[in-house]
Write a protein of this length. Structure first.
Length: 255
């Protein structure tokens, strides 16, 4: 069973326009048997997500996308996806989300989470510090990986990859996997459900950043590309290389 593993909802304030009901109904219509909800820093939608998913015969996967302080760029936060594997993991998700939302500053170092990682899998998306370093051919990747795996057990740590990534980045991820035995996992680039949600999402993000959108008429006519594609299209896209095939299978094993 395969699932999109990073899906935001309208509970991610000013990040996404889609409701829980829309997410589940769209996933069902596009032939998914499972889907994750990984809102940014919050789990407000967990109960509605669970109930709605079961009503539609879809397996719900609980997660949260946390903004975590970098190991190198400690003054900057980067997204990390935490996915519950067990009931203990779900309880730890709730703890991590609460800790993040009640913190007095944006800083949340990985070291502060060490006692609350049981029952969790961690996925590093394209915007993570590690993946950005891989893309930029950072000199000391293996040392960085060692620091990371000193906190997160490598069997519960994954690096996201998808067919839409630039060829060079996919090649560097593959080389990193060979050098470190890191687990690569299929992580689709989904920012919203449908093409016409793209403009709404841009508007929300501009409000969040307090930035004025320029060329609104032209932007409104552009179709968004970071949509939830039909499962059959996704399945076919991951057959284009051995590294993508392996990542697809890793997703199925995790789900």
């Amino acid at each position: 069973m395969y699932a999109p593993l990073q899906i935001l909802s309208a509970y991610s304030l000013l990040k996404n326009p889609n409701t829980i009901s829309q997410i589940i109904q769209t996933a069902k219509a596009r032939h998914y048997d499972a889907i994750a909800l990984t809102d940014q820093n919050v789990m407000y939608g967990a109960v509605a997500f669970y109930q709605t998913a079961l009503q539609h015969g879809i397996k719900p996967l609980f997660g949260v996308t946390l903004s975590v302080s970098g190991l190198v760029n400690t003054a900057t936060t980067f997204p990390m996806i935490f996915m519950a594997e067990t009931q203990v993991g779900y309880q730890n998700l709730m703890w991590l989300s609460s800790a993040k939302m009640t913190a007095k500053t944006d800083d949340m170092p990985l070291s502060a989470m060490t006692e609350h990682l049981a029952g969790l899998n961690v996925i590093l998306p394209a915007e993570s510090e590690l993946t950005q370093f891989i893309a930029a051919a950072y000199d000391d990747l293996e040392t960085y990986w060692q620091q990371l795996t000193n906190v997160i057990a490598p069997e519960h740590l994954y690096v996201g990859i998808n067919p839409q990534m630039a060829t060079q980045i996919k090649e560097r991820l593959a080389a990193f996997q060979v050098a470190t035995q890191a687990q690569l996992i299929a992580l689709d680039d989904v920012a919203y459900l449908n093409a016409d949600d793209g403009f709404t999402t841009q508007v929300l993000k501009s409000i969040d950043a307090n930035v004025k959108l320029e060329g609104i008429k032209a932007l409104a006519q552009q179709a968004g590309t970071q949509i939830l594609q039909d499962f059959k299209q996704i399945q076919a896209a991951y057959q284009s290389s051995e590294i993508l095939k392996a990542a697809f299978l890793a997703n199925e094993r995790l789900v």
